[in-house]
Ligand binder design. Structure first.
Ligand SMILES: NC(=O)c1ccc[n+]([C@@H]2O[C@H](COP(=O)([O-])OP(=O)(O)OC[C@H]3O[C@@H](n4cnc5c(N)ncnc54)[C@H](OP(=O)(O)O)[C@@H]3O)[C@@H](O)[C@H]2O)c1
Length: 239
């Protein structure tokens, strides 16, 4: 049984991960800005094996980050796995960079790059003291290839990839591992905002979770600084 912290656990991929870890009996601490999504998560997961802490907090605000992590440490004692999942798309439809409002650009970078930086910086000292821990950052294909029209969102995911590679390198001599996962396109609110005209079906967010279970487990000890594609991930064995 481990304690898993998931930012943005009330919808989409974060919600699917919360269910998956609770079903296994893990403790899960999640946050989101909206209380409604958290309340429905609390009631629908009541009968699952693990314990849930669901806190209304905006991870782009440092004092919210502090409150969320302090509450999680108080309730569960330690954090074994951090999944930096929360992100925003920015304006929808996404403007070309030439038309992109600077305030929106800065808001997206703050939410998508500064937040995983702040949350990780607050969680890592505990992991270092415990001598174990796994950090999983969520990237996107738009963070590996610069696509026209993906604006600040795509650029922010390039930042997430840089953050992961740099920090993983700094963690080389420690027992902590940091990796990133591109979940691939999924049928979520964010994708609906990104591609409102979509007329094809997509995987549900709970369909390709094996890579997250693997990276959270001791089977991935020593795996550091790697980029995974959730929809291509296959590994035999238990994790
Ligand atoms: N969907 C895709 O096709 C796709 C593809 C590649 C990568 N991704 C990545 O996968 C991750 C999950 O995406 P998703 O599609 O599941 O998104 P989603 O459906 O929009 O859900 C995002 C979650 O994050 C929360 N959140 C957003 N900003 C937050 C903040 N500042 N503080 C706290 N919580 C916040 C949201 O709740 P509140 O709004 O209540 O805060 C919600 O629970 C993201 O990192 C995304 O970039 C998604």
């Amino acid at each position: 049984m481990k304690t898993i912290m998931i930012t943005g656990g009330s919808k989409g991929l974060g919600r699917a991960l919360t269910h998956a870890f609770l079903r296994r009996g893990d403790n899960v601490a999640v946050c989101a800005r909206g209380e409604d999504g958290l309340e429905s998560l609390r009631s629908e997961t009541k009968r699952l094996a693990g314990k849930l802490l669901a806190v209304a907090a905006d991870v782009s605000i440092e004092r919210d980050v502090e409150r969320f992590i302090s509450l999680a440490e108080q309730k569960f004692g330690r954090i074994d796995v951090l999944i930096n999942n929360a992100a925003i798309l920015g304006p929808s439809p996404m403007p070309l960079l030439l038309d992109y409002p600077t305030c929106d650009f800065l808001e997206v970078l703050k939410a998508n790059i500064a937040s995983p930086f702040m949350v990780t910086k607050r969680v890592l000292p505990g992991m270092l003291v415990n001598g174990s821990g796994s950090v999983i950052n969520i990237t996107s294909e738009a963070g590996a290839i610069g696509y026209a029209g993906w604006g600040a969102y795509g650029i922010s995911k390039f930042g997430v990839e840089g953050l992961t590679e740099t920090w993983a390198d700094e963690l080389t001599e420690t027992a902590i591992r940091m990796n990133m996962v591109d979940p691939g396109s999924m049928d979520t609110e964010m994708h609906q905002l990104a591609v409102p005209e979509r007329d094809y079906s997509l995987p549900k967010p709970d369909e390709h979770l094996d890579v997250f279970l693997y990276l959270a487990s001791d089977a991935s000890l020593g795996v550091n600084g790697k980029r995974f594609e959730a929809q291509e991930f296959h590994l035999e064995g238990e994790y």
